[in-house]
Design a protein around this ligand. Structure first.
Ligand SMILES: O=P(O)(O)OC[C@H]1O[C@H](O[C@H]2O[C@H](CO)[C@@H](O)[C@H](O)[C@H]2O)[C@H](O)[C@@H](O)[C@@H]1O
Ligand SMILES: O=c1ccn([C@@H]2O[C@H](COP(=O)(O)OP(=O)(O)O)[C@@H](O)[C@H]2O)c(=O)[nH]1
Length: 471
């Protein structure tokens, strides 16, 4: 079995205290890694005045971690700047929020080159290299320049937008060109795959050979959808034994006979948190009998707070929350509970199970693992109802959820009412249908399927054709 080399901006080194970072990628990769021996390379999360050009190696079980520190300028330009201030909003269809700066873009390229040069020293001839996410799109091009000829796959965890949207970003053609240095590119949905292939055809004049193979300047790559999954069994187990947890007991006591609606999202404008609060406000306005009978808990761990648009969002959420709780709350009842701490998965699983409704309404989302976790954590005999935005990748799979347009507050408010009134029979039937998808396409399936495709004859044939064409 070849060694697996995973590269991602965030590296989830196991923490002896059991704390886990919020964010789906780190969580999913750690689970995927449990099946493979290998190396996980990426940013340590730390800043140093004079970082070493060689990674710090940490051995934990069957995974070796190779961690790079960044300078504060690197973090500012590469992570806060280009990745999260320019690319993230564009990829989430928010052209108006995208702030491009040439200095940030140069910093992004610089960090990718530094990472590639350090990683190239660690790669062995038979290693499979799997790069993750938008922070590292140019990494394969830099690895190729450093002489690495291994199979290299890329997984893009956030939406890939329509060509007209990506085209608004200066430098987008270079990013598209860099995609071609991967042997296989994975995205969450067929919609994303189609957008990327159309972008390559539209902006780089790519030729499409088979439905999933494109060629640019005699180089071929395959682009396919691989929806990421979760560890379903783990969430079932965690939820099943959560009643003994202090936070779960306190929440249960505090609720009394009230029903709970839950939202769990990083504090990110792509998640639609203020819009969701306003939809709940609308629900309370049109269903006055529900006041005092239902509580909406929004868990929103602070995220990327050095990026100005995230700080602005924090203020907007506080204002929206204050207005709604101030105008609709009563001495014995607060309509919206809002917390910005990060909770362990064992606590989240218990809260998901307590909630009659999972309200997951991102404006755009690559997948949204929380939607899947909510479903997995339900009591099979008395499951809650998932309300899910049609713009989350998860909506392509969880078709038995109540699918809504997050821009339409009336529609979301009506879905809340429908969910709270839904018969047990319908809840069970929708839940069973979603669980069968989650079980068939869990996180192990996702990693195994991507890696099988990366090493498949189809991928090797397309790559060999590239080499022949280039000669
Ligand atoms: O690392 P951060 O800047 O703190 O952000 C957390 C992660 O956010 C994004 O997650 C995405 O990946 C999930 C798993 O595939 C997916 O379900 C979700 O829709 C995406 O938003 C980001 O892509 C990761 O790189 C970040 O680590
Ligand atoms: O307090 C929290 C909030 C979130 N999460 C985890 O963070 C991930 C969020 O992933 P998702 O795909 O929903 O969104 P992302 O943050 O990656 O955009 C999920 O696995 C959550 O269980 C967590 O562990 N603690």
């Amino acid at each position: 079995m070849p060694r697996l080399v995973v590269v991602s901006n965030r590296v989830a080194v196991p923490d002896p205290t059991g704390n886990r970072a919020a964010g789906g990628l780190a969580v999913a990769l750690r689970e995927a890694f449990e099946a493979y021996r290998g190396l996980w390379f990426g940013w340590s999360g730390k800043v140093a005045a004079h970082p070493s050009t060689e990674p710090r190696i940490v051995d934990k079980g069957q995974v070796q971690y190779a961690l790079m520190d960044l300078t504060s300028l690197d973090r500012q330009e590469y992570y806060n700047g280009f990745a999260n201030r320019a690319l993230w909003p564009i990829m989430h269809y928010r052209i108006g929020l995208s702030e491009f700066s040439r200095a940030d873009y140069q910093g992004y390229l610089r960090v990718n080159r530094t990472f590639a040069n350090a990683l190239a020293q660690l790669i062995r001839p038979d290693d499979l290299v799997w790069v993750h996410d938008y922070h590292l799109i140019p990494l394969a091009a830099e690895l190729r320049a450093a002489g690495i000829t291994n199979l290299i796959g890329y997984f893009h965890h956030i939406p890939w937008p329509a060509p007209e949207v990506l085209g608004a970003l200066p430098g987008s053609r270079e990013l598209l060109r860099a995609i071609m240095d991967y042997n296989l590119v994975g995205v969450h949905t067929e919609r994303d795959a189609d957008n990327l292939r159309r972008g390559l055809i539209h902006d780089l004049g790519a030729i499409q050979h088979k439905p999933d193979v494109v060629e640019v300047d005699r180089q071929r790559t395959r682009i396919k959808g691989f929806p990421i999954g979760i560890d379903v069994g783990e969430f079932q187990r965690l939820a099943g034994r959560s009643q003994s947890n202090r936070i779960i007991r306190q929440t249960t006591d505090g609720l009394g006979s009230r029903k709970l609606i839950i939202g769990v999202d990083r504090l990110d404008y792509s998640k639609g948190i203020p819009e969701r609060m306003e939809a709940f406000e609308r629900f309370l306005g049109t269903n006055p009998d529900q006041r005092g009978r239902v509580t909406y808990l929004q868990i929103a761990p602070t995220s990327r707070s050095e990026v100005p648009e995230y700080a602005t969002l924090g203020r907007v959420v506080n204002e929206t929350l204050g207005r709604i709780n101030g105008t609709l709350g009563e001495p014995g009842w607060v309509p919206i509970h809002y917390v910005t701490s990060t909770y362990q998965r064992s606590v989240l699983a218990g809260l998901y199970r307590l909630a009659a409704v999972g309200l997951i309404t991102p404006m755009r989302d690559g997948m949204n693992l929380v939607a899947k976790e909510y479903v997995a954590a339900q009591d099979p005999a008395d499951p809650g109802v998932l309300i899910l935005s049609k713009f989350a990748g998860a909506a392509q799979q969880l078709k038995a959820a109540l699918i809504v347009n997050p821009n339409d507050k009336i529609e979301v408010a009506e879905a809340i009412r429908e969910a709270l009134q839904m018969s047990q029979e319908e809840r069970v039937s929708r839940w069973e249908s979603m669980m069968s998808v989650l079980q068939a396409q869990d996180v192990s399936w996702w990693a195994a399927t991507f890696l099988k495709e990366l090493t498949s004859n189809k991928t090797r044939t397309a790559s060999r054709a590239s080499v022949r064409l280039a000669k």
